[in-house]
Ligand binder design. Structure first.
Ligand SMILES: [Zn+2]
Length: 225
């Protein structure tokens, strides 16, 4: 490719172009921020689906996501949400994340979104999650993680870090009551509702997928007696 003759090279054989219908994919999604395609290598654009559903038991909480890379949010369809259907915006490098619903307990409210995250072209990629006090909004928890994409990362071997590390990240907060006490106002904050986001399911299913591939590989290498 030259400046005078810009040509996009054809896709690599191991990364064939794929097509996904987001609505169909989200019918059987297991997590918020579910990668729609398995390509997570350096420089990859990673469109990820999210489906937020309101209801009497809905409880998503509120956290902040910090990323050294840009993210673009497209609200593909929404009802009773702070985002309108078709609305698109670029998330700030530190942005609040909640249900995006005006009335979380309203069973008719929902938001189906595509959040496209960028994987760093080269060098380290840092992400972090933080929580603020429910009462006085003081930052009470901040944990960074290394989100640098491994070379040639395919999701089946390298689960999407932005999701897979979150159960553990929030467990440190949830399992330690002392950590949940606000140093400014003394309020004891409740545990963060990780299960509402499905990150634990994604992490477990990813680990099982990897174990399954290993088991199949071993089986093919074991002679039949
Ligand atoms: Zn406080």
């Amino acid at each position: 490719m030259t400046e005078d003759n810009p040509v996009i090279p054809p896709p690599r054989r191991d990364r064939p172009p794929l097509k996904v219908n987001v609505f169909e994919a989200m019918q059987h999604s297991n997590t918020q921020l579910m990668p729609l395609f398995p390509y997570l290598h350096p420089g990859a654009m990673v469109p990820a689906g999210a489906m937020i559903i309101g209801g009497p038991n809905a409880d998503y909480g509120h956290f902040f996501h910090h990323n050294t890379q840009d993210e673009v949010v497209l609200a593909l369809a929404a009802n009773g949400a702070v985002l309108g259907t078709g609305q698109v915006f670029v998330g700030a490098r530190i942005h609040g994340v909640n249900s995006f619903l005006k009335k979380e307990k309203d069973a008719k409210s929902f938001a189906i979104m595509v959040i496209t995250q960028r994987q760093a072209e080269s060098g380290p990629q840092r992400e972090a999650c933080s929580l603020r006090c429910e009462k006085c909004h003081e930052e009470i928890y901040l944990k960074e993680f290394d989100a640098t994409p491994p070379p040639d990362a395919l999701e089946g071997e390298h689960p999407f870090v932005s999701v897979a590390v979150l159960p553990e990240l929030f467990a440190d907060f949830n399992n330690d009551e002392a950590r949940r006490v606000c140093t400014k106002c003394g309020h004891l904050n409740r545990p963060f509702p990780v299960a509402s986001w499905g990150w634990d399911r994604y992490a477990t299913q990813s680990a099982t997928t990897i174990a399954g591939r290993q088991a199949l590989k071993q089986a093919t290498q074991t002679p039949i007696k």
